[in-house]
Design a protein around this ligand. Sequence first.
Ligand code: SF4
Ligand code: SF4
Ligand code: SF4
Length: 232
Amino acid sequence: MRLQHFCEKSSLWFFASFSITPFRGTSPLSEAVEKGILSASYLLFCHMSMETTTRRSLLKTCCRTGIAAGLLGFVGVLGAKKKIDPSTPVWQINPEKCTNCGACAHQCNKTVSAVKCFHDFAMCGYCDLCTGFFDPQPFTRDEGAENQQCPVDAFLRTEVEPPYFEYKIDHDLCVGCGICTDGCSKLGNGSLFLQISLKECLQCNQCQIALHCPTKAIEQIPAGQAYKLRAE
Ligand code: SF4
Ligand code: SF4
Ligand code: SF4
């Protein structure tokens, strides 16, 4: 029982310390894993192989871990937002001037552009046939790769209830190419738009994309006014 107790506590702290950036490396267990002394899979195996560990206790541990990680993550996000003074100038795209030319994907100082597709959910029609998501001539209206416009599988489509669908963007994959935002602007209502992600942007003294933007759509505005949405 003491070993079971140790495993439950250690796995909870291990997952929390690995999920939240400020806590990384502060746990002896996570340090041991990083140094190769322990492996994550060993900890999981240790936890699951205990004869006295019931399915219910495992579920309870997972729930506790998820809640703890979620709360700490939420606090972390709030903390990260507070760090930016609202008066600090930041580079942002004015959606009213952007023509989705595609230069944002290639001109950024970062290898993977800091420009991402954002979605104004208040404007979205939750369309079945989303002109940002689907190829103009889809074979079928489903999530098959051959029917999608996004070249990196960053555009996610989930059915809410027939005939409505929710669309989300995975910013870890999005490269800011503007294909989906172009489709939405031309044939939809423009709820998808390109924007510089404050989380990703280096805030260069001179934004390289701003130098190349053909419509001068990139401007410096106070951080408190970001992000500019179409309706604003
Ligand atoms: S370079 Fe300018 S017009 Fe082209 S996608 Fe970027 S912000 Fe839009
Ligand atoms: S099509 Fe381009 S801009 Fe749209 S989500 Fe995919 S990578 Fe991002
Ligand atoms: S300020 Fe720098 S990192 Fe940010 S979008 Fe412009 S070039 Fe990219």
